[in-house]
Design a protein around this ligand. Structure first.
Ligand code: HEM
Length: 511
């Protein structure tokens, strides 16, 4: 017995330790938000969240109101459901609420890249210089040239290309915008290498198509990759794809191209200066490709679909596009020069801006997550303070609590292209909840330290795509009565949403 006793005590201690780690003993303390641990130790509500986070959060909001803590796969997440209380979370110092730690873990798990010091600093520096302000002039031009190569290379060829072509609207939009965005950022095949400009352009079309097909395979695995629940065969496929991207986007291959954007080349340069080895440089381009190309294409699909399904919106946008083309002295006609759409022209489209904003409100649903680095208090707009524990996570999900709130946006399920326009046609930015003016009234780009640095470029990409398709193409849904598809619930939280299924459409060049 004397021998057994220490063994039993040891076992008991390990068991209790294990249960503690699984969160079994966690109890709500005074001043803490309501706590929901679920019935399954450690996992908590993990499965419900993965299957449909919107549904789970709405249920919890109904039960607990504006703040609660739920256990999700080992972590305790405190969700702030009152948009008037977002400020403290978004603005809190990194020493208390940290985005970087969470992002680094995700990037390692999903893209196989181990973050190094200064990564975000380098990203921020290159983004401010090349994706904002005057940097956008060059980027807009590069995007336009590549969109034209992909969409209009047959214009005026008179080779019978005016025949109708059929495709899925989602597939078409994603494909074109992904490929053009990729070429604009990562560069073009040099004409010298292929022997002629035409052959180099054809290479760009073929190579970007191959990359898109591989990207979509990874894209489909993405939600399960994030939750680390891939089947063994999918794990093998994800590994193969990752290696393929590291190779296709390697620094060596990219540097052989021409017209590489400053956003990419500066980042290579800065990382070289910090001594990042070449194999890590190759790996880092994959998350860059992901962040830059995973959202814009799906958003273009929703925008075009909403316009097609709302004739009054389509009419207003077409009117604005035609007026702007005329005002800049251009005319799109058979045999004429291709449309020159500049960054400055894209600054004069309030109606299209509002339609884009409305599309993003309805179909962009990122969850903003911060790691809690020290015990702290969160003050809600009601004045009440809640204690938050070190080691937990704080999260906000603006799609549920803001973008679809009928108090903020009446009839939130409806697409109203002019929702973000004042009566005098200027941009509307005063929205209210409980009679109080909101600082954040829609948040497709996130906010604070993790806010999307590509948002201005992305807005331009969306508008350029719509401009070209409205100007150069006739297009229609094969079944005009087909309903707008629902959002795929597996992707909640990951930025631009995707539809549960595609819709067939047909299109042909006007000229
Ligand atoms: C409709 C298109 C887009 C949407 C809706 C979107 C949305 C977002 C959101 C919500 C985040 C923040 C995620 C978080 O807080 O965890 C983000 C981050 C980011 N986005 Fe975008 N984005 C779009 C297009 C782009 C484009 C075109 C680029 C680059 C050319 C880009 C580059 C990035 C990068 C690099 C980050 C990471 C920032 C960081 O970690 O600090 N995005 N995006």
């Amino acid at each position: 017995m004397a021998v057994l006793l220490p063994l039993l005590v040891g076992l008991l201690v390990s068991l209790l330790g294990g249960l503690y780690l699984l969160g079994m003993f966690r109890k709500r303390k005074p001043n803490e938000p309501p706590l929901e641990k679920g019935f399954i130790p450690w996992l908590g509500y993990g499965l419900n969240f993965r299957n449909n986070s919107v549904e789970l959060l709405k249920r919890m909001q109904k039960k607990h109101g504006d703040i609660f803590t739920i256990q999700l796969a080992g972590y305790f997440f405190t969700f702030i459901m009152d948009p008037l209380s977002y400020g403290p979370v978004v603005k809190e110092a990194r020493s208390k609420l940290d985005f970087v730690k969470f992002a680094q873990e995700l990037v390692t798990r999903v893209f196989g890249y181990h973050a190094v010091e200064n990564d975000l600093k380098i990203l921020g520096k290159a983004s401010t210089k090349h994706l904002m302000g005057d940097g956008l002039i060059l980027m807009t031009q590069a995007m336009m040239e590549n969109l034209q190569n992909l969409m209009l290379h047959n214009v005026g060829s008179g080779s019978g290309e005016r025949k109708w072509q059929e495709d899925g609207l989602f597939n078409y939009s994603y494909n074109i915008v992904f490929r053009a965005g990729y070429l604009a950022l990562f560069g073009n095949e040099p004409a010298k290498k292929r022997g002629s400009t035409d052959l180099a352009k054809k290479h760009d079309r073929d190579h970007s198509e191959e990359l898109f097909q591989e990207f979509r395979k990874y894209d489909r695995l993405f939600p399960r990759l994030v939750y680390a629940v891939l089947l063994p065969k999918d794990k093998i496929e994800a590994k193969r794809l990752k290696r393929r991207f590291w190779n296709m986007l390697s620094m060596k291959k990219t540097m052989e191209k021409e017209n590489i954007s400053g956003w990419i080349s500066d980042q290579y340069q800065y990382r070289l200066e910090y001594g990042l080895p070449e194999y890590l440089q190759d790996r880092f381009t994959f998350p860059l490709l992901w962040a830059s190309q995973g959202n814009t294409g799906p958003s273009c699909f929703w925008l075009l679909l909403y316009l097609m399904k709302h004739p009054e919106a389509m009419k207003a946008v077409v009117g604005e596009v035609q007026k702007l083309i005329k005002e800049t002295g251009q005319e799109v006609k058979p045999g004429g020069p291709l449309l020159n759409l500049t960054r400055d022209m894209l600054l004069k489209t309030p109606i299209l801006d509002s339609a884009v904003e409305e599309t993003l409100r309805l179909t962009t649903a990122p969850i903003l997550i911060r790691a809690v680095r020290e015990n702290m208090n969160l003050k809600m707009s009601s004045g009440k303070e809640f204690a938050i524990r070190k080691g937990d996570r704080v999260a906000i999900f603006p799609y549920v609590t803001l973008q679809m709130d009928p108090d903020v946006h009446p009839e939130p399920e409806q697409f109203k292209y002019d929702r973000f326009l004042n009566e005098d046609g200027t941009k509307k930015s005063d929205f209210y909840r409980n009679g109080k003016r909101l600082k954040y009234f829609t948040m497709p780009w996130g906010a604070g330290t993790s806010m999307c640095p590509g948002r201005f470029f992305a807005m331009n990409e969306l508008k350029q795509f719509v401009f070209l398709i409205l100007t150069y193409f006739e297009f229609e849904l094969i079944n005009p009565n087909e309903e707008i598809p629902a959002i795929d619930p597996n992707r909640w939280g990951f930025g631009s949403m995707q539809p549960t299924h595609d819709l067939q459409f047909r299109y042909r060049l006007r000229y």
